[in-house]
Design a protein around this ligand. Structure first.
Ligand code: DON
Length: 307
């Protein structure tokens, strides 16, 4: 017997996966090798029921969609004040890979752009954590959000590491500015690893809803972060998650969200739902073209716009 939600998601797949212009991310060589025609969408309710349509089992790397979760773990491990000392919370208005630093403090403008996420990565785990301890804190933390043990795609990780010249430059800049005290090469290695966890749209929907509930994963019932941390993360996703398209996104879609150059986008509507989409062709901001189209449609049909 068919049920209304899966039927609706199948309709969404048919309407939104009609082929997009867009281009694969090719600055990470391995990402240019994926099947561009894949499409998947998932929704997770507040009580942990997941609905999917399309290539729901397709795995892709989490990329920048790891940033809100790493930020959540840093806030949990170091506290909001200590994190704010290192990373500001203002939209940069620039692309994700720009050197967006506050003029006076030297802090990266927000934790969603690369330079802010590289800095945030240093704050995951206890003070003085080794590279291995930080990697493990991230593995455990991201897995708690997803409700299953996530694994790193080492081929994608190594592919990005070979070409991570900009990220290395930015890690060196925040090191030179005294914002971080860690070895820049070590941090870029860890950050690149953080971006290479494999997920599906189902994982994204569960991770998203764990923010939407205020920090409890409704599938495993584990409290992953506090309600205050979840609120802070959602606020920064709403203002900075879609980079230099954040205003456009907030006005048309109206859901706190984060994208990644692998072609995923997840959205978390507080108190309501977690959503994930995947389709690899990207627009000029680095957002999935069909993913944006899907979110616009979901927001309109289901009246999900926050305002
Ligand atoms: O650091 C990078 O450039 C990538 N690992 C992640 C960038 C990304 O996903 C941008 N988002 N759309």
């Amino acid at each position: 017997m068919k049920t209304p939600v899966p039927d609706y998601l199948l309709e969404i797949r048919d309407l939104c996966s009609t082929g997009a212009d867009g281009r694969l991310a090719d600055y990470i060589p391995e990402l240019a090798a994926v099947d561009p025609d894949r499409f998947a969408v998932a929704a997770c309710t507040m009580d942990g029921v997941v609905y999917t349509a399309g290539d729901a089992d397709a795995e892709f790397t989490i990329q920048s969609m790891s940033k809100p979760f790493a930020y959540a773990l840093a806030l949990r491990d170091r506290g909001i004040e200590a994190v704010l000392e290192k990373v500001a919370v203002e939209p940069s208005g620039d692309a994700f890979n720009q050197i967006s630093l506050e003029r006076d403090s030297g802090r990266p403008r927000n934790p969603m752009i690369n330079i802010g996420a590289i800095t945030t990565h240093t704050l995951v785990g206890p003070v003085g954590a080794s590279e291995e301890e930080r990697d493990e804190a991230l593995a455990t933390g991201l897995s708690s959000f997803a409700g299953r043990r996530l694994e790193v795609d080492t081929v994608v990780m190594n592919s990005e590491l070979r070409t991570a010249f900009r990220n290395r430059a930015m890690a060196n800049l925040v090191r030179a500015g005294g914002i971080i005290e860690d070895d820049p090469d070590e941090i870029v290695r860890g950050y690149t690893r953080q971006c290479a966890y494999r997920v599906t749209v189902r994982d994204l929907a569960v991770m998203a809803v764990t923010l939407a509930t205020g920090g409890v994963n409704p599938v495993t019932r584990e409290r992953v972060v506090s309600a205050a941390v979840a609120r802070q993360v959602l606020a920064i996703m709403a203002t900075c998650g879609m980079y230099d398209a954040a205003g456009d996104w907030m006005s048309t879609v109206g859901i706190p969200a984060k994208s990644g150059v692998s072609g995923g986008i997840f959205g978390a509507l507080p108190g309501q739902v977690g959503l994930g989409v995947f389709s690899p062709r990207l627009d000029e901001h680095g957002h999935s073209v069909e993913g944006v189209r899907t979110f616009e449609r979901l927001s309109r049909d289901l009246e999900l716009h926050l305002m």
